[in-house]
Each structure stands twice: as structure tokens, then as C-alpha cells.
Design a protein around this ligand. Structure first.
Ligand SMILES: [Zn+2]
Length: 198
């Protein structure tokens, strides 16, 4: 059986941005310091597991008792503009940046043959349904800058051929290979404002 501390280190090292060395330091900090951090962390994680989920309409993070999420039901937001992102965290990053007043649609990833993810593993059927139902006139693709995201953009463009919807993409300026949620708010706001037709 794996020793409990080693098990914790291995789990922590699977988190984004945390390598083995950092995972060891965090595990030690939690295990040996006589304060409430470990129990607070355990309780906070339990609460997230119980109460946090994804919006059934847009796919952004929400609490299970607020579904559809507050962004989806906010009447002040422009229903005719839909911003498509890869991950729920991208919605949070774009909201923090400000400047976008439409609604969101999370794809839950991108087309990625390497990881066996085809177009229909994404929330594309839901996207098309929303475009038709909500009479969307602009689709802003706020996808990351790498070849897989470019393939996703091309697929969406083909998928929507014949529909009266303008497709735009965030202005170049996001560093190549970077993700929306890793970009700073100022860069994101500028990229949103300068979005261009694709
Ligand atoms: Zn929502």
C-alpha cells in the first residue's frame, strides 16, 4: 500500500502548475504544521464537490442551486452575441477582463486527435441549438492560440455555413500557445475589443 503522504504528493502533482517538488512541499506543510489548514482544506474541497457544478446551458461554473447560472439569466446581457470558449475557467478570465456583454458557451475542450477528442465530443450540438433558438447574430470564438484550437475554429466555421451568423475571433495579440485563462485581463480586454471576422 502506498504511504498516505506519498499518495497526497502524487495527487497534488497532477494539478496544473504543480510539479513533484512543489507537491512535496505542500504535502509536508499540510501534514506536519499543527494548525487548521488541513481540515479547512478538506472541508472547502468537500463543499466544492457538493455545491459547485456546471451551468446546464452555457457550461460555466456555477453552484448547483443557481442553474442556469447568473450570467445566462441576466437580462442586461446581449443575447444575440455568444462567446465560445474551451474551458469553464475561460469564462471567469473574460469576465474579470470585462468589456464583453454577451453570453457564453463552453465547448469543454477542443478538437484534439492526439487525445482522442473529436468534434462531437465537444458541446457543439448544444451550440448550434442555441444559435438557432436564441437568434444569435455574432459568435465570438475566444479559443486559445495553437493548432488544435485553429482546427476547432475551422470546424465551427464549416458547421455554421449557410447560417446568418457573423463569426469573429479574438484579435491576435494573445501569445502563441497561450490559453485564454492564462492571459492578463488587459490583454484579454484588448483582444475582445479588437476581435476580427474569420
Ligand atoms: Zn450559464
Amino acid at each position: 500500500m502506498t504511504n498516505p503522504l506519498e499518495r497526497l504528493v502524487r495527487v497534488l502533482a497532477r494539478l496544473p502548475g504543480i510539479g513533484r517538488r512543489t507537491a512535496e512541499r505542500i504535502a509536508m506543510r499540510l501534514a506536519y504544521r499543527a494548525d487548521d489548514l488541513l481540515s479547512e482544506l478538506t472541508s472547502a474541497m468537500g463543499e466544492v464537490k457538493e455545491k459547485v457544478g456546471l451551468c446546464s446551458l452555457c457550461g460555466a461554473v456555477t453552484t448547483v442551486d443557481v442553474n442556469p447560472c447568473s450570467l445566462c439569466v441576466d437580462n442586461r446581457r446581449d443575447q444575440s452575441v455568444l462567446c465560445v470558449v474551451e474551458d469553464p475557467g475561460d469564462v471567469t478570465a473574460l469576465e474579470l477582463a470585462g468589456g464583453f456583454t454577451g453570453r457564453y458557451h463552453v465547448l469543454m475542450g477542443k478538437i484534439s486527435p492526439m487525445s482522442g477528442k473529436g468534434p462531437w465530443d465537444l458541446r457543439l450540438k448544444e451550440l448550434v441549438e442555441r444559435i438557432d433558438r436564441e437568434q444569435c447574430r455574432e459568435l465570438v470564438l475566444a479559443l486559445n492560440t495553437n493548432t488544435e484550437s485553429d482546427a476547432t475554429v475551422a470546424f465551427i466555421r464549416d458547421l455554421l455555413k449557410g447560417r446568418q451568423v457573423k463569426i469573429t475571433r479574438l484579435a491576435l495579440g494573445l501569445p502563441v500557445g497561450s490559453g485564454v485563462s492564462y492571459s492578463d485581463p488587459v490583454t484579454l480586454e484588448r483582444a475582445m475589443r479588437g476581435r476580427q471576422a474569420v
